[in-house]
Design a protein around this ligand. Structure first.
Ligand SMILES: [Zn+2]
Ligand SMILES: [Zn+2]
Length: 181
């Protein structure tokens, strides 16, 4: 399989292309597998819950376990890559084999691809590999996405009159009211 080239997010994957990818990897073509491939084309870095919702929206009833099975099979076949930024659910994408990294927003969790700095794994060579045969360096850039930067600024400028101090004292309340998902 050739690595994806050109634009990193294809517009949409035709069903016939999904079928071709499955056949190319020697996998049986099922409606569920085609559906997951198409959803991941349009919504890369989806977590399992939103993939399940997408499959149910477009293809009716499907069990949660069936979707997890599809994700596992596609992952084993190398068609789908699974990433798991700390503190969040696993996310899935079709962009495989190019060792790209991710930048993740601390506020909203939005995840965007960043090309590998070096072009191939492991990208960063450890100063001491302790004899391990290292084949991957997991790099995640954390920050605040453009859409959230404004909200963070607003929160900061309102900071001195924090409603947390003047309003009800909710022991479970987040100190970051804007951070609720
Ligand atoms: Zn954000
Ligand atoms: Zn990615």
């Amino acid at each position: 399989m050739s690595p994806p080239a050109g634009p990193q997010l294809p517009e949409a994957l035709a069903a016939s292309d999904a079928v071709a990818r499955l056949r190319g990897s020697g996998l049986r073509v099922t409606a569920g597998r085609v559906a997951v491939l198409r959803i991941l084309t349009q919504a890369p870095h989806s977590d399992a819950d939103s993939i399940i919702r997408g499959v149910r929206t477009h293809h009716g009833t499907v069990s949660t376990q069936a979707v997890y099975d599809v994700l596992r099979v596609l992952g084993q076949a190398g068609l789908v890559r699974r990433i798991q930024p700390a503190g969040g659910p696993a996310r899935f994408e079709l962009r495989v084999g190019d060792n790209h990294h991710h930048v993740v927003c601390r506020e909203c969790g939005s995840t965007t691809d960043v090309d590998c700095a070096v072009g191939q794994a492991p990208c960063l060579d450890p100063s001491d590999d302790h004899g391990y045969r290292v084949d991957e360096a997991e790099v995640t850039y954390w920050g605040v996405c453009p859409a959230c930067q404004e909200a963070v600024e607003r929160r900061r400028s309102a900071g001195d009159r924090s409603p947390d101090l003047e309003g009800s004292l909710d022991p479970d309340g987040s100190p970051y009211p804007g951070a609720a998902r």
